[in-house]
Design a protein around this ligand. Structure first.
Ligand SMILES: [Zn+2]
Length: 132
């Protein structure tokens, strides 16, 4: 039973995802958005962005965050965090960059080994950190 549980958790943590290029969708959300992650999909605005390892790593950090929060709670916390930040900072960009999930993703997007060593729920460490 224990072995089965460990195997299941390990299998759960292997992030399988699919990259979809959809310029129309991302423009509808916000013309400045280049990538968006809705587990298990990474949406990119342009085909050439598939080669942008920093952007892909950023989105993969969001995949991991979504998985460990069992997906739906991630979006609820994300939106509530954004709205809370909007009240405090009164600016879309400040509110966005202060979202705890974005703080972790931007702080580590250039470290391409980050996901191999990242502890569970690492975004919690970014609650009181300033955005990068
Ligand atoms: Zn992000």
């Amino acid at each position: 039973m224990l072995i089965f549980t460990i195997f299941s958790i390990r299998k759960f943590l292997i992030m399988k995802y699919k990259v979809i290029v959809n310029k129309v969708l991302l423009n509808r959300i916000n013309p400045s958005v280049r990538g968006l992650t809705i587990y298990p999909f990474i949406f990119l605005k342009h085909h050439y962005l598939k080669a942008d390892q920093t952007l892909i790593n950023h989105e993969k950090i969001h995949l991991k965050q979504q998985l460990e929060l069992l997906i739906l709670p991630f979006y609820i916390i994300y939106i509530l965090n954004y709205l809370f930040n909007l009240i405090i900072y009164k600016s879309h960009f400040s509110a966005y960059y202060h979202i705890v999930f974005e703080r972790e993703a931007y702080a580590n997007e250039m470290n391409h080994n980050y996901l191999q060593t990242r502890p569970w729920f690492a975004f919690i460490r970014y609650i009181n950190k300033k955005p990068v």
